[in-house]
Design a binder for this molecule. Structure first.
Ligand code: PHE
Length: 338
C-alpha cells in the first residue's frame, strides 16, 4: 500500500501541475480529495490491513491528504492572483488620478474661528443661547421696555406663541448671567434676525459676536484695551480704532466702534456696539436669580457686539452681502482661507 500512496502523490501533483484554470483545479480537487476521490478510496482499503500496519499507513495517508490539499490551495491562490492582475492590466497606475472635491469652511465660519482664537488668548470662554428667544431675554432684561422701537413688529420676527427670533446676541449675556455668578468672561458668536428688506447690504439673518466681561472693577479702559487688542491681532498693529458715543438701552455709557485699516480699503467702518453694562441689567438678572450676585456696588462689566457679515464682506472684497448666503461654489472655494 505504501507504493500505492507514493504513486498517488506523484499522480496528484502532476495533475495539479497540468491544471491551468479554476475549472481544471476543481476537477483535480474532486478526483483526489472528493468523497469518492482516489485518496478516499485508498483510505477505505485500510479496513483490510492488519492492526500493526494501520498506524503507519494511516499516517502516510494523512500526510498525502495534507500535502495535496496544500499544493491545491497554493495553486488556486496563484491562479487567482494571475487573473486579478490580468483584470487590472489595462489600468495605468502611473497616470494622475481624479482628485476628489475637497470642501472648505465658509468665510464667515473662518472669521468666527479667528475671532474666537484671539479672545480665547484673553481668557474668554464661548457661550451659547437659542435663536428662538423670549421677549424677556431679548428685550426686558436688557432694559429695553415694551414701547421701545426695537420691539416693533416691523423690526422683529415674532412667533405665534409670543417667542421671537433674537434680534441680537445680547440675549446670551442675560442667559449666562442668570446661570452663573461673576466673574464672567464670555464671547458668543451666533445668528441674529431682523425684518430687513433683503438687498445688497441687508440680510434678514446676520451674524454677530457678543462679548461680556463682568468682575470687580472692570472699567472702560479694560473695554478699550480689549477691543484694541482684538483688532490689532485681527488686522495688524496699524489698525486705527475710534469709539463714537452712542446709545444702547443695556449699556451706559455706550459707543459704536469704527475701525480703519488699509486691509479694509482705508475707510472708516462701523463694526460694533459696546459699553459698560447698565446697572438696570444687573438688577433684572438679580431678580431672575433671586440673589444679589450682580451687585452693581461690587462688580461692573463691559459688553460688546460685533457684526461679522460686514467684516466678512470687506475681507473677501464682495460688494453684495447676499453672496454670503447663496452658497455659490465659485465664491466659497475662492475664500477657503482668510
Ligand atoms: N446688541 C447691540 C446691537 O445688536 C450691540 C451691542 C452689544 C451694544 C453689546 C452694546 C453692548 O446693535
Amino acid at each position: 500500500m505504501e507504493t500505492q500512496i507514493e504513486s498517488l502523490r506523484i499522480e496528484a501533483l502532476s495533475a495539479l501541475a497540468g491544471a491551468s484554470d479554476a475549472a481544471s483545479l476543481k476537477e483535480v480537487r474532486v478526483n483526489f480529495l472528493g468523497k469518492t476521490g482516489s485518496i478516499s478510496l485508498l483510505s477505505e482499503g485500510m479496513r483490510h490491513l492488519s492492526k500493526e500496519d494501520r498506524p503507519l499507513i494511516g499516517k502516510l495517508l494523512n500526510e498525502l491528504r495534507t500535502a495535496v490539499t496544500a499544493a491545491l490551495n497554493e495553486k488556486e491562490g496563484a491562479l487567482a492572483a494571475a487573473s486579478d492582475a490580468a483584470a487590472f492590466a489595462f489600468i495605468d497606475a502611473t497616470l494622475p488620478g481624479t482628485k476628489p472635491e475637497a470642501g472648505s469652511l465658509h468665510p464667515l465660519t473662518l472669521l468666527v474661528d479667528r475671532a474666537v482664537q484671539i479672545f480665547r488668548r484673553l481668557g474668554f470662554a464661548i457661550a451659547d443661547g437659542p435663536d428662538i428667544e423670549t421677549e424677556w431675554h431679548c428685550f426686558d432684561a436688557l432694559n429695553t421696555p415694551a414701547d421701545h422701537p426695537a420691539r416693533n413688529e416691523q423690526d422683529t420676527f415674532y412667533l405665534p406663541d409670543g417667542h421671537l427670533l433674537r434680534t441680537h446676541t445680547s440675549s446670551i449675556q442675560i442667559r449666562t448671567m442668570v446661570q452663573q455668578p461673576p466673574p464672567i468672561r464670555i464671547i458668543a458668536p451666533g445668528a441674529a434676525y431682523r425684518r430687513d428688506e433683503v438687498d445688497a447690504t441687508h440680510l434678514a439673518q446676520f451674524t454677530q459676536m457678543e462679548g461680556l466681561y463682568v468682575a470687580p472693577k472692570v472699567s472702560l479702559a479694560d473695554l478699550k484695551g480689549t477691543i484694541e487688542f482684538f483688532f490689532h491681532e485681527l488686522f495688524g498693529p496699524g489698525t486705527e480704532i475710534r469709539f463714537r458715543p452712542h446709545f444702547f438701552p443695556f449699556t451706559e455709557p455706550s459707543y459704536e466702534i469704527d475701525i480703519r485699516t488699509e486691509a479694509l480699503g482705508g475707510k472708516w467702518m462701523e463694526l460694533a456696539g459696546c459699553g459698560m453694562v447698565d446697572p438696570a441689567v444687573f438688577a433684572e438678572v438679580n431678580k431672575a436669580r433671586g440673589d444679589d450676585a450682580y451687585d452693581p456696588e461690587k462688580i461692573s462689566g463691559f459688553a460688546f457686539g460685533f457684526g461679522l457679515d460686514r467684516l466678512a464682506m470687506n475681507l473677501t472684497g464682495i460688494s453684495d452681502i447676499r453672496m454670503l448666503t447663496q452658497n455659490d461654489l465659485r465664491f466659497l472655494s475662492r475664500f477657503n482661507s482668510l
